[in-house]
Design a protein around this ligand. Structure first.
Ligand SMILES: Nc1ncnc2c1ncn2[C@@H]1O[C@H](COP(=O)(O)OP(=O)(O)OP(=O)(O)O)[C@@H](O)[C@H]1O
Ligand SMILES: [Mg+2]
Length: 272
């Protein structure tokens, strides 16, 4: 594959700007203010839930700090983006097979290369993304906590951004800080909240209402509520066994919550 120097943000044409009416995947990025709030588990299981509903889903693991979707699945990447940059493989060779037809691009493997040559690596990722977005209905991207130079292009060009928080005050404060940054950087952002590790539905709803009030008051904007995920010790067991909760315990309370979020997203997109 040739890496053209001009590959840049412009190549990130959104569906609406696609003149040839070619169908491109919807891009959804998942981020948080604070780390460790459950992003990777959420995105992996959300991808499975959408795949179960017949969607072609690609999950890009672009968390540069601690990439771990492959660990959650117990699969090990054979190739990295570095191999792609060196023209040794095709972009499809990078993809890992997840459950129910879900595909995973372990974009952050080979961290050393990222640190030493991050611009080149970022271009390779964008090129891979441009090749792959014609082949999927949805691309979900785990950007890690906060916005890095590496993931900002994806977040800013997403059709939808999902911010995860837990009920902890520190996580909520950091989620608000992230919302503020997103409204500052994106002109028409579709920002959605998911509250993870709640004890009751009501707890999640209350936290969302509080955050949304603050957003309305200080930023004069609104965020959407996509739902909550129940605290579930089965999910913690699933992590230890390296099997996604939706596969290991499809009827557990956290699995049910994640299915609900998937349905909310698909229902919303059907209306468009
Ligand atoms: N709904 C839940 N119920 C109980 N425990 C949970 C739940 N969601 C996540 N956890 C716990 O939180 C841990 C961290 O989750 P995860 O790795 O998905 O977070 P993360 O936001 O991706 O972290 P990082 O910022 O480090 O990438 C999990 O290993 C699990 O133990
Ligand atoms: Mg993570």
């Amino acid at each position: 594959m040739e890496f053209n120097q001009s590959i840049s943000l412009q190549n990130f044409a959104k569906n609406a700007k696609n003149k040839n009416k070619e169908k491109f995947a919807k891009l959804i990025s998942i981020t948080s203010g604070k780390g460790g709030v459950g992003k990777s588990n959420f995105i992996l299981n959300l991808g499975i839930a959408m795949s179960i509903r017949g969607k072609k889903v690609l999950l890009i693991d672009a968390d540069m700090n601690l990439s771990n979707i492959d660990i959650l699945l117990g699969v090990y990447p054979k190739y990295t983006l570095t191999n792609l940059m060196d023209d040794l493989i095709e972009v499809e060779d990078l993809l890992l097979d997840g459950p129910k037809g879900l595909k995973i691009l372990p974009a952050s493997s080979g961290n050393l290369e990222v640190l030493t040559n991050s611009k080149r690596y970022q271009r390779a990722l964008i090129q891979a993304y441009n090749d792959l977005r014609k082949k999927f209905d949805y691309i979900l991207i785990d950007t890690g906590a906060g916005i890095s130079d590496y993931s900002v292009d994806f977040v800013v060009n997403s059709d939808k951004v999902i911010i995860i928080t837990t009920p902890e005050p520190t996580a909520i404060t950091d989620a608000y800080a992230m919302i503020k940054i997103l409204f500052y950087r994106i002109s028409h952002p579709d920002i959605n909240l998911v509250i993870n590790m709640v004890q009751t539905e009501e707890e999640g709803k209350n936290i969302f209402n509080k955050v949304n009030l603050i957003v309305q008051h200080f930023l004069n904007k609104k965020v959407n509520y996509l739902g909550n995920i129940m605290f579930d010790h089965y999910l913690q067991e699933a992590v230890k066994e390296q099997v996604p909760i939706l596969v290991k315990r499809p009827r557990s309370k956290s699995s049910a919550s994640i299915h609900n979020v998937a349905m909310m997203i698909l229902k919303g997109d059907k209306k468009e």
